[in-house]
Write a protein that binds this ligand. Sequence first.
Ligand SMILES: Cc1cc2nc3c(=O)[nH]c(=O)nc-3n(C[C@H](O)[C@H](O)[C@H](O)COP(=O)(O)O)c2cc1C
Length: 187
Amino acid sequence: MAQAGALTFLGLCGSLREGSYNKAALRAAGELAPPDVRIETFDLAPIPPYNDDVRAQGYPGVVQALRARIMAADAVLFVTPEYNYSVPGVLKNAIDWGSRPPEQPFDGKPAAIIGASGGMLGTARAQYHLRQIGVFLNIHFLNRPEVMIAQAASKFDAQGRLTDEAARKLIGEQLVALAAWVRRLRA
Ligand SMILES: Cc1cc2nc3c(=O)[nH]c(=O)nc-3n(C[C@H](O)[C@H](O)[C@H](O)COP(=O)(O)O)c2cc1C
């Protein structure tokens, strides 16, 4: 049972593939969350490509559902790979749908980023692009700790469990910091 005053963080994963390290990192976040935090997820696979003509006629149901979940969450937890030194199209597309009026759901929303990549920089470039997008949307990103899981193949086992103790500790600390950030922004 959730604690009184518990917080809900909505996890959005920028990778759709079944064996995704980022999906696995999001699952790990669910295990590592403090008792007063519940991690929920929203699958971005059914989100259609952004089309402003479609938006003008009304948001598709799945997009409306995503916007409502972002609005209702206490914070958003972006968990994303880096594609070509930036944010994957899947995630950018979902953010674009979330960025339009009325009641832009990211406005003032606390958020944090976790990223896992095969490379040495653990999604650093994508994370800083995401933070830049957040300037326009008025997302209040947590500054630290940053969670950048480099050389991901060596940090997860064959079952998709995050085995790297340093990364697990950092995710736990980030979730505690995000909960404090949410409460601080409300104070
Ligand atoms: C289209 C594409 C672009 C990529 N670009 C980068 C990149 O810029 N930097 C990087 O570190 N890894 C890059 N990679 C490798 C990803 O880090 C790796 O595929 C990772 O496992 C993807 O995350 P996932 O396991 O959650 O799907 C790229 C992979 C793809 C498919």
